[in-house]
Design a protein around this ligand. Structure first.
Ligand SMILES: Cc1cc2nc3c(=O)[nH]c(=O)nc-3n(C[C@H](O)[C@H](O)[C@H](O)COP(=O)(O)OP(=O)(O)OC[C@H]3O[C@@H](n4cnc5c(N)ncnc54)[C@H](O)[C@@H]3O)c2cc1C
Length: 293
């Protein structure tokens, strides 16, 4: 049973923010693959919905002259997977996109809904954390940029203020140029499944040493997270099996994994220790380094 009290369509962001300012109880709906499930199950008892689907500008993916990549919040996972700019420049996001749901879900689910839903298991999250993405939030008074690391506040809780809409996800060139990356979604089965653990790694090399690495994890804590201690350790270290293994060990220190019916805390920590080095080894090759054997 869907207890939908009203339904509004906005055709521009301005119209949507004005409607939200008038009626703060309106609940945004993008693809609806989270909102409608919650309404159906009673997790949300009732709602007046404001749809963003007619706002064409929110679906675009572009690269600005300075190299900044702007992904519209309404871009679907199918669009993200097929986009030539993202495939070439930030494949850790297109890999995450194709790992998400099944074809029907990917055709309708949006990256904005994935982020604003606030789930630690969101398939876009680990990659967006590793890419240092910034979120453009707009309300009727103006706009602000929020780093994705400050956006997730707790399970299902994000830093959207009443009346705000996520319009774009921005990735600046210093966060992807010269980096190689890899995304690994570990799930309990190969068919459609939510991640037991998600790992996204990017690295930049300087000769035989690590210049910079960034590690994003999903489902390793109540929110997606970065492994800052492991990242700091890597800087300037020799690219070797020993360094990569130590990075995996240190990555576990950043986690706050819990036991759920999918996996125990210990199993998730074990996955971090194994999968971070596994992803990093591929990222090294993608960054132009030699294969570690
Ligand atoms: C069968 C099935 C399989 C799934 N598999 C996966 C999976 O493998 N991986 C995964 O990560 N997820 C999965 N999901 C969850 C879901 O599909 C994703 O989280 C999806 O990206 C949500 O996007 P949406 O556009 O449908 O969001 P909606 O349901 O429309 O919205 C989600 C939330 O975000 C808010 N919102 C949406 N857009 C905006 C915006 N622009 N600004 C502000 N707030 C906004 C809404 O108000 C709502 O609170 C699955 C869901 C189903 C039903």
């Amino acid at each position: 049973m869907y207890n939908i009290l009203g339904y509004y369509d906005a055709e521009t962001v301005k119209e949507a923010t004005a409607l939200l300012a008038e009626n703060p109880n309106l609940r945004l709906i993008a693809g609806g693959t989270d909102v409608l499930i919650k309404l159906h199950s009673g997790q949300i008892a009732e709602a007046e919905l404001l749809s963003l689907r007619k706002i064409k500008a929110l679906g675009s993916i572009q690269k600005a002259e300075d190299g900044t990549i702007a992904i519209g919040a309404m871009a679907t996972f199918t669009k993200i997977f097929n986009d030539p700019i993202l495939r070439e420049l930030i494949p850790i996001l297109t890999e995450a996109a194709i790992s998400m749901g099944g074809p029907q879900i990917r055709n309708i689910a949006t990256i904005g809904g994935n982020v604003c839903n606030g789930a630690t298991s969101a398939d876009s999250a680990a990659s967006l954390f590793a890419l240092n993405a910034q979120l453009k939030l707009i309300d009727s008074n103006g706009e602000r940029l929020v780093p994705i690391r400050e956006f997730y506040l707790g399970p299902g809780k994000v830093a959207l203020k009443p009346g705000e809409i996520l319009t774009e996800i921005l990735i600046s060139p210093e966060n992807y140029r010269g980096f190689g990356g890899q995304y690994i979604k570990f799930a309990m089965r190969e068919a459609m499944d939510i991640a037991t653990l998600a790992v996204a790694v990017v690295c930049k090399l300087q000769g035989q040493t690590f210049d910079e690495i960034r590690i994003g994890l999903g489902v390793a804590g109540p929110t997606p997270l970065r492994c800052l201690e492991a990242e700091a350790y890597a800087q300037g270290k020799e690219v070797s099996m020993a360094t990569v293994a130590e990075i995996g060990r240190l990555a576990v220190n950043a986690t706050q994994a819990r036991t759920s019916w999918r996996a125990s805390q210990e199993y998730r920590e074990h996955l971090v220790k194994e999968l971070v080095p596994r992803a990093l080894k591929v990222a090294i090759v993608n960054a132009g380094g030699a294969e570690l054997v």
